[in-house]
Design a protein around this ligand. Structure first.
Ligand code: ACO
Length: 448
């Protein structure tokens, strides 16, 4: 492989398969200097150029705004092939896990690399039960947030606050401490989410139930009252567990990269996942599930036809995106979206729920997938396009949708943080500076 860079123009000279098999480096020519860049090959034959010595050897850095073409790490956890719509956790296809596994088992797989045997799963689940309560002191934090506080702000703050209660878990130097910290976070995040919801409603906090499984327990804390225990239909519990599982990891997305970035400074696990919550909040990432339902509600409230709405989206001046569509990596289909859509239809049919939002979503999808604008840009429904409709069926308020995503993503963040913690290199990108060159301080009287 030959990569030549000559006075700003880049030329790739392709090589034959035989040459490529033999090549372990790529040659890069910059002006009159040729340097060798090691080629890194992943287990699925993905190829990368190692440019870590580029600046030292040539004075150049690479520029890739938004990191669309930059690998930030080598990772054993999750594999995505965006062109083929493949997503695998530790080698297992997402479709296989969705059909056969549970969120807790998948969390174990992500963190420890292998599916647990029966004893390991029992012990892991027992840790969740053991750590599901919050210290009484933490409950007071909720009371201090004003009404209508954004639940993602409350979640991020509460995760940071956990660090104050478990100082012994701030330095993780062995697997036992890591297990303890990660089980506490994964279990308590669900309690925190439900408590924040109750507090916002001004309702009494409902404690976790020791006999209920992860998703059911969350629904119990959200919706049970002392005089009326919430007994959800098992189909709803299964659908929520599936939503958690489908969100459990997604390699180096915005929030996971944030968690790894923060963790690379050797910041503790609590601070790192709290930062992940902040990154997830935005509507271009996890906040898209709220934005999708806002969009569907707007189409319904304004009695817009789907074709008119799609026309608005295509008019770039309007600045409207079809939320829940498009993905940085998937350019064919998002396998999670296919699974969620099917689950959504099944749940709504089983519970005889007729949600007009589902009809609008399906119509939008059908129109967009036939439209040249979306076809040419390879824009397909992503995981968030249908998840909001299921969450509505569960009775979960819109403001909590991204919190649900965060609960699901927690094992992925934790697994990725742990992997990052084995490296001693702090993450610190460079930049191309485009501001003023050096100038002298101007006294106030001389300023216009
Ligand atoms: N609606 C309309 N046009 C879109 C959309 C969309 N949802 N997504 C991308 N485009 C267009 C862009 O305007 C751009 O058009 P152009 O080439 O004419 O300028 C082209 O498609 C490429 O878009 P980018 O923004 O460059 O793609 P990128 O990979 O940076 O962004 C993203 C991916 C952020 C997901 C984008 O598709 C988007 O904003 N989607 C809507 C928000 C969303 O659903 N986010 C959830 C993603 S999944 C997740 O995080 C869990």
């Amino acid at each position: 492989m030959l990569l030549s860079v000559l006075r700003g123009s880049i030329e790739w000279a392709s090589t034959t398969q035989g040459e490529r098999d033999m090549a372990e480096t790529a040659s890069l020519q910059i002006e009159d200097k040729i340097i060798q860049l090691p080629i890194i090959v992943g287990s699925e034959d993905e190829k990368a150029l190692d440019i870590s010595k580029l600046r030292a050897e040539t004075g150049y850095i690479t520029l890739d705004q938004g990191y669309g073409n930059t690998g930030s790490c080598q990772s054993d956890i999750t594999f995505i092939d965006g062109d083929k719509g493949i997503l695998r956790y530790r080698g297992y296809a997402i479709e296989d896990l969705a059909a056969n596994s549970s969120f807790i088992e998948t969390a174990y797989l992500l963190i420890w690399g292998e599916l647990p045997n029966a004893d390991e799963l029992r012990e892991f689940s027992a840790l969740f039960t053991k750590h599901q309560m919050l210290r009484e002191g933490i409950k007071h934090h909720f009371n201090l947030f004003p009404p209508n506080s954004p639940p993602m702000a409350v979640l991020s703050s509460a995760l940071n606050a956990l660090a104050c209660y478990y100082p012994e878990l701030l330095d993780i130097e062995d697997a036992a401490t890591f297990t303890e910290a990660s089980a506490r976070i994964m279990s308590k995040v669900r309690t925190i989410a439900a408590y924040s919801h109750r507090q916002q409603l001004g309702h009494r906090i409902e404690y976790p139930h020791p006999d209920k499984q992860f998703a059911e327990n969350f629904l119990h804390m959200m919706f049970s009252e002392p005089y009326n225990q919430f007994e959800p239909d098992p189909a709803l519990v299964k659908a929520l567990d599936l939503i958690f599982l489908l969100h459990a990891d997604h390699e180096q997305n915005c929030s996971t990269s944030t968690v790894r970035m923060v963790g690379s400074s050797e910041a503790n696990l609590f601070a790192s996942v709290a930062a992940g919550v902040g990154a997830l909040w935005g509507p271009l990432h996890g906040g898209a599930n709220v934005a999708v339902v806002n969009m569907l509600e707007r189409i319904s409230a304004e009695n817009l036809s789907v074709t008119d709405f799609v026309r608005q989206v295509k008019d770039k001046k309007a600045g409207i995106r079809l939320m829940g569509f498009g993905h940085r990596v998937y350019k064919n289909f998002d396998p999670r979206a296919n699974i969620i859509k099917k689950s959504c239809e099944e749940v709504l049919e089983k519970l005889h729920i007729d949600d007009p939002m589902l009809d609008i979503a399906k119509e939008l999808e059908a129109v967009a997938l036939q439209d040249d604008y979306f076809v040419q840009r390879k824009l397909y429904p992503n995981v968030d396009f249908y998840s909001g409709v299921i969450l509505r069926a569960l009775g979960i308020p819109k403001e909590m949708f991204t919190v649900i995503f965060a609960i699901g993503r927690m094992p992925g963040w934790i697994a990725q943080w742990y992997e990052e913690s084995k490296s001693t290199k702090i993450s610190r990108p460079r930049q191309v500076y485009t501001g003023s060159v050096e100038r002298s301080y101007q006294p106030m009287v001389e300023r216009s």
